[in-house]
Design a protein around this ligand. Structure first.
Ligand code: FE2
Ligand code: FE2
Length: 350
């Protein structure tokens, strides 16, 4: 240490600075503690930083060397940055390359605890954000899980109801898919589209309450028997209404309204037009389409063009004309659903 260095050295100790002379890479004065922790080699007096351990300092030293070589005047500042020592502790620093009286100097300044606290807070905020994202992922997973369970319960309920009915499992699945396709085409939001996919298969749930002698009677029903049979709508609604699950509440509306007619001549309440919930008007169309296109123990399958004629004849009488038009526009999609989910031979109790 030379005499001229002395005041500088004292100053450095007070200011928490490290100052290097670039010519011989000499550290002027003693290494501050933080430099020893950060860069053990550099603190012993050689101006080198390990690029892997101290990437920002290493990069700045490269810039500083070019700055000194160019012989430029003035100073080159790094701006504040944080390097982490081997124990994982962050140090907020700022480096400056200087040329003073032909000497090339590197000044590394520790910005202090306030600055480190601010950086630590920023880092905590970022970590909290990651925790938040993780929580959201967990909630999304749980929601999907619950949805799956709801769905399973619904299908088991329908299967129980179908033990007594002659609807097929494939019919049940197709009704859900046609209804969802039509609702999507009408611009329903995704969550509600999913609700109708789950809700529409329950349209005939009330048949569990219809006596076998009527439900399973071959041939035509008498007027009285017909009246009992029509009760499956209100019975189903009674089972499903007042649920906290939106899809089940929708299923109650569908059960109640899927035999109502656009012109008010349907049952059970004789509602007309928009007084019939849209979900029920959707199911009214796709249920008839599907039932007619497929064979049942008591009837053959009809060719699709006959089924479509039947639907067209009932436009604005039985069926909502606007919904029926959209249904016809989407016929290719409906046909694809039928192809993908055909009735299977022994599926009748499905
Ligand atoms: Fe029905
Ligand atoms: Fe049906």
């Amino acid at each position: 240490m030379t005499r001229t260095d002395l005041p500088v050295v004292q100053l450095l100790e007070r200011l928490d600075l490290a100052l290097y002379e670039s010519r011989d890479g000499r550290l002027l004065g003693d290494a501050p503690d933080w430099l020893t922790e950060l860069a053990p080699e550099a603190s012993k007096g050689s101006l080198e930083f390990d690029d892997d351990a101290l990437p920002i300092l290493g990069d700045f030293l490269g810039q500083a060397r070019r700055f000194w070589q160019d012989g430029a005047r003035g100073r080159l500042r790094s701006g504040p940055f944080v390097e982490t020592d081997a124990r994982g502790r962050g140090h907020a620093l700022e480096a400056t390359a200087l040329r003073i009286d032909g000497r090339s100097l590197l000044l590394i300044e520790r910005l202090g605890e306030d600055y480190e606290l601010a950086v630590a807070n920023l880092q905590t905020a970022r970590e909290n954000l990651l925790v938040q994202e993780e929580l959201e992922r967990i909630v999304a997973r749980r929601t999907a899980d619950l949805r799956e369970r709801e769905e399973e319960l619904v299908y088991r309920l329908i299967r129980a109801a179908n033990l007594r009915d002659n609807e097929t499992g494939a019919h049940i699945r197709r009704i859900g898919l046609y209804s969802a396709a039509l609702a999507r085409a009408l611009g329903w939001p995704a969550a509600t589209v999913d609700d109708i996919r789950l809700a529409s298969p329950m349209h005939d749930l009330g048949k569990v309450g219809i006596p076998d002698r009527i439900l399973l009677k071959p041939g035509r029903l008498s007027e009285d028997e017909m009246a009992v049979m029509r009760g499956h709508t209100s019975l189903g609604a009674g089972i499903l209404e007042d649920s906290r699950v939106p899809a089940v509440r929708m299923a109650a509306q569908i059960a109640a309204g899927h035999h109502e007619w656009w012109n008010g001549e349907g049952y059970p309440r004789g509602l007309a037009a928009e007084d019939i919930p849209e979900c029920a008007r959707i199911v009214a169309i796709v249920d008839v389409y599907d039932a007619m296109c497929h064979a049942r123990s008591y009837k053959p399958a009809f060719p699709e063009d006959r089924v479509l004629d039947y639907l067209r004849e009932r436009r604005a009488r039985q069926f909502d004309p606007r919904l029926l038009d959209v249904f016809f526009e989407r016929l290719p999609e409906m046909r694809r659903i039928r192809e993908l989910h055909p009735d299977e031979g022994m599926d009748t109790a499905g």
